[in-house]
Design a protein around this ligand. Sequence first.
Ligand code: NAI
Ligand code: MG
Length: 366
Amino acid sequence: TTHKLFLLPGDGIGPEVMAEVEKIIALMNERRGRPFEIEKGLVGGSAYDAHGVAISEDDMARALSADAVLMAAVGGPKWDGVPYDVRPESGLLRLRKDLGLFANLRPAICYPALADASSLKRELVEGLDMLIVRELTGGVYFGEPKEIVDLGGGQKRAIDTQVYDTSEIERIARVAFELARTRRGAVTSMEKRNVMKSGVLWNEVVTRVHRDEYADVSLSHMLADAGGMQIVRRPKQFDVILTDNLFGDLLSDIAAMLTGSLGILPSASLGAVDAATGSRRALYEPVHGSAPDIAGQGIANPVAMIASFAMGLRYSFGMIREADALEMAIAEVLESGVRTADVAAGGATASTAMMGDAVAKAFAAK
Ligand code: NAI
Ligand code: MG
């Protein structure tokens, strides 16, 4: 079968890091009889410059018909003044919404070669491999009412509302349990049931889904604040962390600091399984932004983008062996000392293209 990949290089360093993934894809197509069919589109500022919108209807349609979307990053000072509803980020928000991407997967993996760049001591992070599963379309970022009310007398009241329905908690819980089955079989659910009704329901639904459908996986619960503490105290105790939109935003940024650099962190966002095709809508993207400060210089680290593609191989295409090989190739190249500036304490030894070539070569040798 052919897998349809839709590439959105975006802005800033986006096209530079995407070019390195394209090398890997070309290599796989050469060796294994064209598994990937590629289309490319525009998102963010580059789409605004071409079409006056952050993503065209044409490209939205192509994203919807693809098996997976691979996106780099959007934004930059060039578009600071564009109207709010067509600002670069709105392209990403539209993609998330129309693809129904409710599950955000943020791995925190510490490559041994980068353990000394972690915010924690080497022995605490070496071999770290945890996965944060964050609910992405519900909770306090979207709940109504959401407003600022004028109370008069110079006083205002800001209102955000945390809302979760049973069905929203069930589907994100299932994603976490399914993923745990492919890993070390342990889920830690984090909420604040001691002070939030949404935490009470979250805990209740996760416990029930576990008991009825995933009794083979181990489940534990932590209050999210204590969980944050544990992530920096003893991060290797975690396999899969299951949490809501707000706590997931915070906890995944904290976990990112354990790993060494923004330039190596991938992410995946998954939607519901399509009943007709049995496949899941998915978007893979690095955690970093468009890095306008280094764009155009050929020095950006392509590892986050390449690792995002590896997640695509794993979660969209079931190409587990290839995903493992690509992640191992990245680890080997970093270990060998080939490094871009962001992960090289003693100065860069590689450009974006050299890093990508080295990973492609190590991958090809597997
Ligand atoms: P950023 O992630 O683009 O950059 C932060 C710092 O990390 C910069 O010093 C940058 O040079 C460095 N960095 C980031 N990725 C790197 C890589 N692959 N290799 C080497 N160094 C790297 O975040 P920042 O500066 O806050 O935002 C820049 C622009 O990106 C803004 O317009 C922002 O809105 C946008 N952005 C877009 C995101 C997305 O498309 N998902 C996510 C975050 C920011
Ligand atoms: Mg964030």
